[in-house]
Ligand binder design. Structure first.
Ligand code: SF4
Length: 464
């Protein structure tokens, strides 16, 4: 069996499953957020009764992150619905925007869009917050009401996005009927060259198979090259399995996985026992490819879908209006460090927005020094508009007052994960997906630019 089949077999209480089987699997964690949470709660109450209790309050994780820092009252109301539900159900893992369990978030104009407008429990973008808060464990089943839930496959678990109806059912029963997906095999060999990032790996892979090339399939990433990838890198890759239509993305378990998971579970006091899944000798794949990481170059997915692969060096004719770094995929500390490596000591020439995925990442950037300055100060000095209000922001457009949203037709290069028409705001805008380094180099020139032209320093910043 493949990694995915082995996890699903275990969660179904069977010794074997194969692609195409329909099996009932037990959920280890159900995550929801402010966009889909209210709908999920509505389904749960309608089907199980208004006084029903969730199947296991310790396995439900609720993370408001999408439409948070906005004056839009309907968006604010969504977070209030989550807060009411958490109080009613006594759910421990709720990462509220505010500290008062009976309060309401209100935009504070004196702080504007750049200064922090959240309390001490807020966790930021759900997929980045889940591992950081100790909710991702090898061998487990994670369901989330968001398509990029597949990011947690980086941790050797089966993680997939589900709709509100399925999530309402999981809330009530703790299980779900799943068809076992076929598995596609991406064997990674070698290591990345300077200026090339994990984002380039996944953009390359999606370019190979097209934006629907993995529809309802597992994408398994393994091989000797995985050892050269950090957990952040693996998260970037697994996150975008859905951009090829994948049911899930999954990595092997190794000492890096163990160190990350053990540290985060201990730090947060979450469940710290788990059983990783190892590879079998008799795996059956529906597709196989070997990717030599050392041969990859900075890659871009052009408008209008993530499968429109080109090399950054081929796209110097595309003039840009905007650059954006952020999201679960591209807003991690390591992403901002590589972004800063290209920008340091220079000045952006187009509007450039920076949105860290979580408050913890804001803290990292504000305490990690590079020479005399913090990484945050370096980015602000180069002209990047950095907000402390970690969250999804303009990654999926959002209400018109969302930080970084494109409210008119523009061309934007972005470290995010999705570029279908209208994704970041105006429906005639165009989004070009790229690595944080390629976004940085393009922000300097105002056109799509290969970041290898701007790599001067191999010096590294120091954590505060
Ligand atoms: S950052 Fe973007 S892709 Fe990630 S959860 Fe938010 S909207 Fe979705």
């Amino acid at each position: 069996m493949t990694l995915t089949e082995k996890i699903l077999a275990r969660a179904a209480g069977k010794t074997r499953v194969q692609a195409g089987d329909n099996v009932w699997v037990k959920a280890d964690v159900l995550m929801t957020h402010d966009v889909c949470g209210p709908g999920t709660i509505g389904v749960f109450k309608r089907e199980f009764g208004k006084d029903a209790k969730v199947w296991d309050r310790n396995k439900v994780v609720i993370i408001p992150d999408h439409y948070i820092f906005t004056s839009d009252s309907k968006s604010n109301r969504n977070v209030d619905i989550l807060r009411d539900f958490v109080r009613e159900q006594n759910i421990p893992y709720f990462y509220d925007v505010i500290d008062d369990p009976n309060g309401h978030w209100v935009f504070d104009p004196s702080k504007g869009k750049l200064q922090r407008q959240y309390g001490s429990n807020y966790a930021g973008v759900c997929h980045t917050a889940l591992p950081a808060k100790g909710h991702t464990r090898p061998g487990e089943i994670l369901f989330g009401t968001d398509s990029h839930t597949c990011m947690a496959g980086a941790f050797n678990e089966f993680a997939t996005g589900i709709g509100n109806t399925d999530a309402g059912f999981v809330l009530g029963t703790g299980k779900l009927l799943l068809k076992v997906p076929e598995t596609m095999h991406f064997q990674l060999e070698g290591g990345l060259q300077p200026g090339v990032m994990a984002k380039d790996i996944i953009l390359h892979c999606i370019g190979e198979i097209g934006f629907d090339g993995a529809t309802y399939r597992a994408m398994q990433f393994d091989g000797q090259g995985v050892a050269n990838l950090t957990m952040d890198d693996r998260m970037t890759i697994a996150n975008m399995a859905i951009e090829a239509g994948g049911k899930n993305g999954i990595f092997e378990f190794d000492s890096q996985t163990q160190a990350y998971v053990d540290y985060r579970c201990k730090l947060n006091g979450t469940k710290n026992s788990y059983e990783p899944i190892a590879r079998d000798k008799d795996e059956k794949f529906v597709y196989e490819i070997t990717v030599n990481l050392s041969k990859l170059e900075p890659t871009v997915a052009c408008h209008p879908d993530p499968g429109q692969r080109k090399l950054a060096r081929e796209l110097g004719h595309i003039q840009l209006d905007r650059a954006y770094i952020g999201s679960c995929t591209g807003g991690k500390t390591s992403d901002f460090l590589e972004f800063a490596r290209v920008l340091r000591g220079k000045r952006v020439t187009i509007d450039t927005f920076g949105v860290p995925a979580t408050p913890e990442i804001v803290h990292d950037l504000q305490t990690t020094r590079w020479g005399q300055e913090t990484v945050w100060e370096i980015l602000v000095r180069t002209g990047v508009q950095m907000t402390e209000n970690a969250g999804c922001a303009a990654c999926l457009g959002g209400p018109v007052d969302t930080f970084g949203r494109m409210n008119s037709p523009m061309k934007c290069i972005s470290a995010t994960n999705r570029n279908f028409p209208g994704r970041m705001g105006h429906k005639e805008s165009q989004v070009f997906l790229a690595s944080p380094m390629t976004v940085a180099a393009s922000a300097l020139t105002g056109k799509i630019t290969d970041p290898r032209e701007y790599l001067s320093s191999s010096e590294n910043p120091k954590s505060g």
